[in-house]
Design a binder for this molecule. Structure first.
Ligand code: ARG
Length: 463
């Protein structure tokens, strides 16, 4: 009995270090559910082509189910069981033989591992996308809940990390909701684009059997069979799309993590880290450290790494299948595992955040964050904006020199800078006026943010 899937033409045994080193089973064992689902679909297709009788098909399907139930998906048990399996395809064939004997050897009729791995990986990525989108919905909901609870609370916005203008806390949080909405859209697009079935593509040129490829495609819930066998067996765009979309998502999550890390410092004091998600120091008794956000920031580097590894791996490959592609599995697994881990803690962490709204408000109302509203006041009085900017700049300088905010400067003093100032100036630079003068789609005026919050909730819940 041959112990390999391809020993016929070989006379010499494999170098044992090489044999061990080239195996993918140590990591592709986790594709067992996908490999079996694809094998069942293929079994139906070859039965329809007359290779299996109805009874053989039934036996084959039962055998394949038994392979799944008798092999719990745990690395140690599964790896210990098949130290000689080259890859998941070989493993399933070996296991199936245990259950149904030689009939198992008919399963490979008209197919190749090249189409199998392309199919298994698509199935894996499809599930990973669905799980990620579910996690993103939960994070989105946590953010919109926080935004609702924040009401009219304000926080400084920053440009160049210098205080810019006051914004609603809800507006700030909804910035991340917008990113999530794009992430979900990217992942959903990628899912639709990749949802074509490679089965029936053979090793490179198409199956050597007159298979009805729509049978397997339908069985596996793919939209249709892939249109070109050379592309189908060597295309990993779906893996690239996935890892790249996840890398972009990682960048968003990392920016959120960075902001919270910063805002939790005593220097900002905008939030108290939830104890359930923080850690202490073994040396300094007073410490409460933002390990969660730091770890997220770090892990997003891995996500970028996975996308880069894949792109680099694929770019020099001639058509069609090349063994290099085996190296493309682990970055996909790592990306899926890493984002699943992040999303297992991020929504609950976000919900547990406690903001220090007083500190935020003080920061948002000191340091001349209403200067832009003040310049707008002058421009509404007919002063050209460039001129208004200059005048308010002078007022700010006066404020800095005399340690006063704009609203503490007297009207006569202001009028020395410009005759356009009138008593109504002070109403135009209150916190509320400063917010509400941004009355455009996407602006931080209170009614606009209320609308945006409703729209954002609707976008993600109805998708
Ligand atoms: N383990 C292989 C992979 O991941 C499966 C395909 C092998 N095909 C082959 N012709 N050697 O790429």
């Amino acid at each position: 009995e041959p112990t390999k899937m391809w020993s016929g033409r070989f006379r010499e045994p494999l170098n044992s270090a090489f044999e061990d080193w080239q195996r993918s089973f140590p990591f592709d064992w986790r594709l067992l559910p996908q490999e079996v689902a694809a094998s069942k679909a293929h079994a139906r297709a070859i039965a329809a082509a007359g290779i299996l009788t109805e009874a053989e098909l039934t036996k084959m399907l039962e055998g394949l189910d038994a392979v799944v139930t008798s092999n719990p998906l745990h690395a140690e048990t599964i790896l210990a069981k098949a130290t000689n399996a080259e890859d998941i395809h070989h493993f399933v064939e070996l296991e199936l033989t245990k259950h149904i004997g030689n009939l198992a050897l008919k399963l490979h009729t008209g197919r190749s591992r090249n189409e199998q791995i392309a199919t298994d990986m698509r199935l894996f990525v499809r599930d990973a996308i669905d799980n990620t989108v579910a996690g993103l919905r939960a994070w989105h909901e946590a953010l919109t809940t926080l935004a609702t609870e924040a009401g009219d609370s304000v926080i400084p916005s920053y440009t160049h990390l210098q205080r810019a203008e006051p914004v609603l806390v809800a507006h700030w949080l909804l910035a991340y909701a917008s990113m999530i909405e794009r992430d979900i859209s990217r992942l959903t697009d990628a899912r639709a684009r990749m949802n074509y079935c490679p089965l029936g593509s053979g090793a490179v040129a198409g199956a050597t059997l007159a298979l009805d490829r729509t049978i397997a495609a339908r069985e596996l819930k793919f939209t249709a069979p892939t249109p070109n066998s050379m592309d189908a067996t060597s295309d990993r765009d779906f893996a690239l799309d996935f890892t790249q979309a996840i890398a972009t998502l990682g960048i968003h999550i990392s920016r959120f993590a960075e902001e919270l890390t910063l805002y939790s410092t005593a220097e900002f004091g905008f939030l108290d880290l939830p104890e359930a998600f923080s850690t202490g120091s073994s040396a300094m008794p007073q410490k409460k450290n933002p390990d969660l956000t730091e770890l997220i920031r770090g892990k997003s580097g891995r996500l970028l790494g996975a996308a880069t590894t894949l792109a680099t791996l694929i770019k020099g490959l001639p058509l069609a299948y090349n063994k290099d592609l085996q190296e493309g599995q682990e970055p996909v697994f790592d990306s899926a595992d890493t984002i699943a881990g992040i999303l297992s803690v991020l929504p609950a962490f976000t919900r547990a955040l406690k903001f220090n709204f007083d500190r935020m408000k003080t920061a948002a109302t000191t340091g001349y964050l209403n200067a832009m509203a003040a310049a707008t006041y002058l421009s509404n009085k007919g002063v050209p904006f460039r001129k208004a900017h200059e005048i308010i700049g002078n007022a700010v300088r006066l404020g800095i020199e005399t340690k006063r905010e704009l609203d503490d400067i007297t009207l006569p003093e202001l009028q020395q800078l410009s005759p356009a100032f009138a008593e109504d100036f002070f109403a135009a630079i209150t916190l509320e006026a400063t917010l509400d003068c941004h009355d455009v789609i996407g602006g931080t005026a209170r009614p606009r943010v209320a609308e945006a919050l409703v729209a954002s909730k609707k976008k993600v819940s109805t998708r």
